[in-house]
Design a protein around this ligand. Structure first.
Ligand SMILES: CC(C)(COP(=O)(O)OP(=O)(O)OC[C@H]1O[C@@H](n2cnc3c(N)ncnc32)[C@H](O)[C@@H]1OP(=O)(O)O)[C@@H](O)C(=O)NCCC(=O)NCCS
Length: 241
């Protein structure tokens, strides 16, 4: 990955809004495998939702109806793009999406932007994947202590560390969680995974949780970051054994 892959210029959409994934759509060179991506401004698409999806937001506030339906709107646009069945995407008990057979995917949203990733299992070297989108912001000491291991805190406190670094650390951990948690079958926290080399653009992962380490021993977890002036977008995918 070159520095051009990490630091992208935002693409201005109509109305001056800036796309946080800079038009990455089908970007196998960036992702490392055939994953489709789409980000759109959050809007209320709840009229498009299937009955089995609506139960998840039956009592939700407007902003949640909008983020929930926008994620599914993006995902269905990608399913269509990829020639995959465009179906209901119900919420499972753990909060993740139930993707149709033969499809893997992940969703994320800020209050302004939704993003989806979708891939056909037969066309992809990934067994599972997770994505996360965060607005870049300075995280206070208390939050850093919660999300970063002592070694990560040391890297963050270096004078050369850019503002996006702590957001990227947080976002990569969220992507890793979304990628692995369902398969792993239990919760794991921010101190269970340690990341390094973020500033090189090629982040590396180390599992500190012994059961995580044992389960994914010898397996390759691919990590990607896309940094725009306002957002960090991250992707984690586990290579098929
Ligand atoms: C589940 C979690 C990762 C979601 O992240 P978030 O920043 O709150 O929200 P995002 O907007 O990025 O993503 C929300 C989407 O994630 C998906 N999601 C929710 N729970 C999920 C899970 N357990 N597994 C995979 N995807 C999940 C859903 O599609 C959800 O959108 P939807 O409800 O509209 O369908 C987060 O709430 C959490 O529990 N984090 C603690 C665990 C963790 O991160 N550990 C770090 C380990 S290193």
């Amino acid at each position: 990955m070159s520095s051009d892959d990490v630091f992208q210029q935002d693409t201005l959409l109509e109305g001056g809004q800036s796309c946080p994934i800079n038009g990455l759509r089908f970007a196998p060179e960036w992702a490392g495998t055939s994953i489709y991506l789409l980000s759109l401004p959050v809007a209320d698409y709840s009229e498009e939702l299937f009955a089995e999806e609506l139960t998840a937001i039956a009592t939700a506030a407007d902003v949640r109806r909008a983020t929930f339906s926008s994620g599914r709107h993006c995902a269905r646009a990608l399913l269509l793009d990829a020639g995959l069945p465009v179906t209901a995407l119900p919420r499972q008990d753990d909060g993740s999406v139930q993707w149709p057979d033969g499809v893997m995917g992940s969703l994320s949203h800020t209050n302004d932007w939704a993003v989806a990733a979708v891939a056909a299992t037969s066309m992809c070297e990934a067994q599972m994947l997770g994505i996360d989108l965060e607005r870049i912001q300075a995280l206070d000491e208390g939050v850093i202590k919660l999300i970063a291991t002592p070694a990560e805190r040391e890297a963050l406190s270096a004078s050369s560390s850019p503002l996006w670094l702590s957001t990227a650390l947080f976002s990569l951990k969220e992507s890793i969680y979304k990628c692995l948690a369902r398969d792993f079958g239990q919760f794991f926290g921010f101190q269970d995974v340690q990341l390094s080399a973020l500033q090189s653009g090629r982040p590396e992962v180390q599992f500190l949780h012994p059961e995580l380490r044992a389960r994914y021993f010898g397996r390759h977890l691919e990590l990607r970051m896309a940094i725009t002036p306002w957002h960090v977008f991250t992707l984690a995918w586990l290579r098929v054994a």
